[in-house]
Design a protein around this ligand. Structure first.
Ligand code: DMJ
Length: 622
């Protein structure tokens, strides 16, 4: 601003009307001199008077020194700055001494006392958060995360097992890298034509392989890959689709995969996504009985059943394979609705008469009556039985209803469906209106592992017997592999027309990288440590490497009896979720995902046991 514009205020009244330019030059000079002397005086006063720096900071800056002074008490203003300084120093000294005393006190404590203090402190924080209505950005309640033991393992001691385990990890790397290169974001990979593949089971939800593989990547300690998958989930996994999905498939692969990734890694994004998807599945239960529809449009919430399923029925293995994921959804979301929905399924089933104690595969969700009386421990029935047992185990053996339903059902299966061939192979047949079809599916082979897992909880006189049954089924399923040209198992094999454990129909000869036989080897190994199970698993590894591995991943084959493989060009997401995970665990020590802390969902996604005494908080201090 030019000095001239300031001068009129110093002019005399008689000069009121005169313009500033009417000052003479000497007047201007004198005025300027006086003005600059005044300014110099003011600055001098500010900088040279005692304690002027405090005055400055008090005026221009909101300094901490000022704050400290104003907090020293009501009389601080009239006691002078020297007094304030003394008080501040005294306070600092006092705080310091207090901290020293506390540290000394802590050092004298035993480790368990320190641990308890930390737990108390954490609980206080949790309580405060809850009492403040602690919600995160997505309206989820605050949940304290505790990683259950055995999320990752360690190298097996014996060198052969170590090498075999390393081979399985390499297989996972090849499957994953190929998917990442050729089909990133698609549901599955076509490893021969090197492109993405999508089945309509997931509607237009994308990334099935990514979500299905997350936990396998984690347990194999492939963390760079796990992080890339997590990043994709964060940025791209979207359930806001106007498309019809299979409630069962989406639950076991996506909800199960997300839950498992959450429990292994503690990353909130997985909890958030799992609950979001769970909520989208809830409209499927809007039927007169509460038995959910098989198919659901995620946008409109309109459900229906497969058109081929007996008179509009829902399917046992589908509505019966939601329980363990939904119990965890309630736990993680604080919303009891998930648990209520699946407990209601139990209620409906318990009201119904069961032919010979068996559960037919079809149930009408409108009438609450059975459809056709077909019973199977393979496709359409399988994982219903698995989830009865696992619901009990996952509840830390408190779910007595699940337990009873499982052991009663197993008894009915043994009596009505289990048979021994003339060649001495035990198999589980299918039941159609009272008549047996002597066929066993690859899917049914999971039952060896299930029966072994449940044997311990059976009445004591039955434990040994059930372990024998499990071992027999494992042997039969191994035979179904051993009797083929490629040493891989067919989709279904028969015990009639003079054959045993062999597929006789062309449309039953394919192998689509399914896990069930290897799953059973893994359980049998854990419970018996009989080396033959690891050997059988290794045979499968070699066959997979020889016949299913292609340049860009792994492919199923169309005929396991043909001397050379004819690839079907699909790398199923369950190959990464289940087949490779079970193989890896088969060659790992038992403390990697130990059974007393983890239960595998039907897609091999490990979910923690909900401990009744809250000892599912083992890593508080670590
Ligand atoms: C998987 O998606 C699950 O194991 C399911 O329970 C049945 N089959 C496939 C793999 O074969």
């Amino acid at each position: 601003m030019p000095v001239a514009t300031l001068l009129p205020f110093t002019a005399t009244p008689s000069r009121k009307s005169a313009s500033p330019t009417s000052f003479r030059l000497t007047e201007k000079f004198i005025l300027l001199l006086v003005f600059s002397a005044f300014i110099t005086l003011c600055f001098g006063a500010i900088f040279f008077l005692p304690d002027s720096s405090k005055l400055l900071s008090g005026v221009f800056f909101h300094s901490s020194a000022v704050e400290t002074n104003t907090r020293t008490g009501p009389d601080s203003s009239d006691s002078g700055s020297a007094g304030n300084d003394e008080r501040v120093l005294a306070k600092i000294k006092k705080d310091h001494e207090k901290a020293l005393l506390e540290a000394k006190d802590t050092l004298q404590k035993r480790p368990d006392e320190i641990k308890q203090d930390i737990i108390n402190e954490k609980e206080k924080v949790v309580k405060e958060s809850v009492s403040q209505g602690g919600k995160d950005g997505n309206n989820l309640p605050f949940v304290e995360y505790h990683r259950p033991p055995g999320a990752t393992g360690h190298e097996p001691l014996d060198s052969e097992t170590r090498e075999r385990r390393a081979v399985v990890k390499k297989m996972m790397k090849h499957a994953w890298d190929s998917y990442r290169r050729w089909a990133w974001g698609s549901n599955e990979l076509r490893p021969v034509s090197k492109q993405g593949h999508s089945s309509n089971l997931f509607g237009s939800i994308k990334g099935a392989t990514i979500v299905d593989a997350l936990d396998t990547l984690y347990i194999m300690e492939m963390f760079e890959e796990f992080d890339a998958a997590t990043d994709w989930v964060e940025k791209n996994l979207d359930f806001n689709v106007n498309a019809e999905v299979s409630v069962f498939e989406v639950n076991i692969r996506f909800v199960g995969g997300l839950l498992s990734a959450y429990y292994l890694s503690g990353k909130e994004v997985f909890r958030r996504k799992a609950v979001e998807l769970g909520e989208k599945l809830l409209p499927a239960f809007k039927t007169p009985t509460g038995i959910p529809w098989a198919l659901l449009n995620l946008k409109s919430g309109i459900g229906r059943n497969w058109p081929w399923a007996s008179g509009g029925s829902s399917i046992l293995a589908e509505y019966g394979t939601l329980h363990i994921e939904f119990m965890h959804l309630s736990k993680l979301s604080g919303n009891p609705e998930f648990a209520q929905k699946v407990m209601n399924i139990r209620k409906v089933l318990n009201r119904l008469d069961k032919p010979q104690g068996l559960y037919p595969n079809y149930l009408n969700p409108n009438s609450g009556q059975w459809g056709q009386h077909h019973v199977s421990v393979g496709g359409l029935g399988d994982s219903f039985y698995e989830y009865l047992l696992k619901a009990w185990l996952m509840s830390d053996k408190t779910d007595e209803e699940g337990k009873k339903m499982y052991y009663d059902a197993l008894q009915a299966i043994e009596t009505n469906l289990m048979r021994k061939s003339s060649g001495g192979l035990t198999y589980i047949a299918e039941w159609k209106g009272g008549l047996l079809e002597h066929k066993m599916g690859h899917l049914t082979c999971f039952a060896g592992g299930m029966i072994a897992l449940g044997a311990d909880g059976a009445p004591s006189d039955k434990t040994g017997h059930q372990m024998e049954m499990a071992a027999e089924i494992a042997r039969t399923c191994h035979e179904s592999y051993a009797r083929t040209a490629l040493k891989l198992g067919p989709e279904a094999f028969r015990f009639d027309g003079g054959v045993e454990a062999i597929a006789t129909r062309q449309n039953e000869k394919y192998f689509i990288l399914r896990p069930e036989v290897i799953e059973t080897y893994m359980y049998m190994w854990r419970f018996t440590h009989d080396p033959k199970y690891r050997e059988w698993g290794w045979e499968a590894v070699q066959a997979l490497e020889q016949h299913c591995k292609v340049e860009a991943g792994y492919s199923g084959v169309r005929d396991v009896y043909a001397s050379t493989p004819n690839h079907d060009d699909v790398q199923q997401s369950f190959y990464l979720a289940e087949t490779l995970k079970y193989l890896y665990l088969l060659f790992s020590d038992d403390d990697h995902l130990p059974f007393d802390h983890w239960v595998f969902n039907t897609e091999a996604h490990p979910l923690p046991v909900i401990k009744k005494d809250k000892t599912d908080r083992p890593n508080e201090v670590e």
